[in-house]
Design a binder for this molecule. Sequence first.
Ligand code: GTP
Ligand code: MG
Length: 200
Amino acid sequence: MEIKNATFVVSNTDVQKCPEGIRPEYAFIGRSNVGKSSLINMLTQRKGLAMTSQKPGKTQLINHFLINETWYLVDLPGYGYARRGKEGRERIRRIIEDYILEREQLANLFVLLDCRHEPQQIDLEFMEWLGENSIPFSIIFTKTDKLTRTHLQENLKVYQTQLLETWEELPPIFFSSAEKKEGREEILGYIEEVNARFLK
Ligand code: GTP
Ligand code: MG
């Protein structure tokens, strides 16, 4: 799919203030620093569209980007950032949860996982919570440039085995590198497929 235009629309902390209308949207979630904002820039080929940082905790709001005037990419704050403190973490958790549970336009949530790490409790629990609430999601393993192909396959196997302990079926799984611009076609192709169902 070609991205003809990508524009920032609005940032806020309140799901009620997100854009009106019935356009489908695709949001990116995961631990702070996993590469959500970088992936949005890579997909849209617009450096600096979503703000990124080497320090975790950069994105603090729900950010809507309108794509080809028909659908949205949504950058969300990361979860689990210890240095935010208990209150800060709680505030972010509420923003994320309200958005996910109340946003009817959410066509698919991409859960980002750093491909270098073994399965983390916080991510597994988050995906279980999505399942309990019937939220459609897919997985993207990020930063694949940091691993060899063999190591990546090994980590994927470990993750799949772990997921199959809870899930009967695996969600769609993608790989990305914002650094090497990998995964773009596959992820945009998937969005196009889901869009076709929503925009009928
Ligand atoms: P928060 O907004 O804090 O939740 O983080 P985020 O998930 O949006 O992460 P962000 O995109 O800001 O990236 C965090 C850091 O990881 C930055 O230093 C990025 O340059 C780096 N990074 C992101 N994606 C990749 C990748 O694919 N490969 C490599 N090598 N680095 C990446
Ligand atoms: Mg971010």
